[in-house]
Design a protein around this ligand. Structure first.
Ligand code: GDP
Ligand code: IMO
Ligand code: MG
Length: 431
């Protein structure tokens, strides 16, 4: 049976949540494998809006197993709040429907404080524009071997030792930033209080997922962020602190690399970015404003206005390679309705040379000038289209040109925020 990985192929907010929710009808298990509650995924089902950060977007379907893998960093207090808030919307989460990997590192309040204090202290060019949710510091502690992990919540002596180990490092850091030392007893008390709320979902995710796979169940791996925010292949240092590309689905859950049968890259029909960093096709004119307004481009997590620009085929061609994308889901095509002409970036000019990829040095990335080709727009509406035949000729041409330039076929097409406004071209689950 096919297992599918969904990854963002730009700078995040491509519409992964909607597509994961739509595809989860065909899946048995939906697993997050990286990132944390820096993700903001919006689903719209019959007009009802669901906003998810840490929970996999499959939870809304009911009757599926949702999984938080070890590659995630988890804020336990946020998770409990998120579970409560979607319960109010009629979605019940139980230990039968949610499993959290025991080896998942926790995000503690000190991580968020450190994240925000660093951003405040940074000079303009040094700011990353993080979500302020402690993602970077939590991953630093994981690699530094001083995380408190889910399993540590089960034994008080271990918990105390893990917290003391972490504080040795953090108190020194905090002194340098002019922050008060950590309230150790307060932190321990809140961890002890939240522990049972998290432990009831804890389990050996690697084992359960491999058993599910062997028994023919279909697993849908849900990526957060986007490949250009990947810690290795993104626009470093303006990136998030995890591997975002598809290979992470295996390490972030404990599956072998052979478990991945199809990689679906989610691609917006134009480009957006939240936070700092290079963005070659960014628009500062009326077209950019129009994309932002029509696409309602405001961050789900921080409410920040997203930067908008034309479709960049160079970047997507590159991320399709680093993630091994088999097919893309093109989203928000409807936002381009009514543009007289549409531009696509096909290469960059840098110091008199033409480049077919984004150079790795941040300084060079910032100086790349896009080379555009222009296409005719369409006046008809594509909003809500549910079949290929409903699309105007010029929109079909635009989609075909994107496929050609990025070297990857369209498997799905999304034409509105609503779950059912989706056109299936190739089913990623059919092997
Ligand atoms: P994610 O982080 O990749 O899950 O994406 P977000 O949820 O942050 O942002 C995507 C936004 O676009 C959400 O508000 C979705 O409801 C919306 N959306 C998704 N697909 C489409 C589409 O095809 N057309 C339009 N107009 N909106 C869409
Ligand atoms: P979803 O899953 C868009 C960006 C932040 C910042 C950088 C680092 O909704 O697509 P972090 O808090 O991760 O240390 O911030 O990464 N960022 C996102 N941008 N969508 C996201 O997630 C993002 N998650 C992080 O804006 O530039
Ligand atoms: Mg988002």
């Amino acid at each position: 049976m096919a297992n599918v990985v969904v990854v963002g192929a730009q700078w995040g907010d491509e519409g992964k949540g909607k597509i994961v929710d739509w595809l989860s009808e065909r899946a048995d298990v939906i697993a997050r494998f990286q990132g944390g509650h820096n993700a903001g995924h919006t689903l719209v089902i019959d007009g009802k809006v669901f906003k998810l950060n840490a929970l996999p977007s499959g939870v809304v379907r009911g009757g599926k197993l949702s999984v938080i893998g070890n590659g995630v960093v988890l804020d336990p207090w946020h998770l409990v709040k998120e579970i409560d808030s979607i319960r109010v919307q009629g979605v019940e989460i139980t230990p039968e429907t949610l499993m959290i990997a025991e080896n998942t590192p926790l995000i503690l309040p000190i991580h968020g404080e450190l994240d925000r204090a660093r951003e405040e202290a940074a000079s303009k060019g040094a700011k990353i524009g993080t979500t302020g949710r402690g993602i970077g510091p939590a991953y630093e502690d994981k690699v530094g071997r001083r995380s408190v992990r889910v399993a540590d919540l089960a034994d008080d002596a271990t918990l105390v030792a893990r917290v003391d180990r972490a504080l040795l490092h953090h108190d020194a850091l905090r002194r340098g930033l002019g922050l008060e030392p950590v309230d150790r007893d307060g932190l321990l008390a809140s961890l002890r209080e939240i522990a049972p709320e998290i432990l009831k979902y804890a389990g050996p995710v690697w084992k359960v997922l491999n058993e599910k796979r062997r028994s023919g169940k279909r697993i849908l791996f849900e990526g957060a962020q986007g490949a250009l925010l990947d810690i290795d292949f993104g626009t470093y240092p303006y990136v998030t602190s995890s591997n975002v590309i598809a290979g992470q689905a295996a390490t972030g859950t404990g599956m072998g690399p052979g478990a991945i049968d199809f990689v679906l890259g989610i691609v917006k029909a134009y480009t957006t970015r939240v936070g700092e960093g290079p963005f070659p096709t960014e628009l500062h004119d009326e077209d950019g404003q129009r994309l932002g307004e029509r696409g309602r481009e405001f961050g789900t997590v921080t409410g920040r206005k997203r930067r908008c620009g034309w479709f960049d085929a160079v970047l997507v061609r590159q991320t399709c390679v680093t993630s091994g994308v088999n097919g893309i889901s093109l989203t928000k095509l409807d936002v381009l309705d009514g543009f007289e002409t549409i531009r696509i970036c096909t290469g960059y000019e840098l110091d008199g040379a033409v480049l077919d990829h984004l150079p790795i040095a941040a300084e060079q990335q910032a100086r790349c000038t896009p080379i555009y080709e222009e296409m005719e727009g369409w006046t008809e509406s594509t909003e809500g289209a549910r079949s290929w035949n409903d699309l105007p000729g010029a929109a079909v041409k635009y989609v075909r040109r994107i496929e050609e330039l990025i070297g990857c076929p369209v498997a799905l097409l999304s034409t509105s925020p609503e779950r059912e406004d989706t056109i299936l071209v190739t089913d990623p689950f059919v092997d």
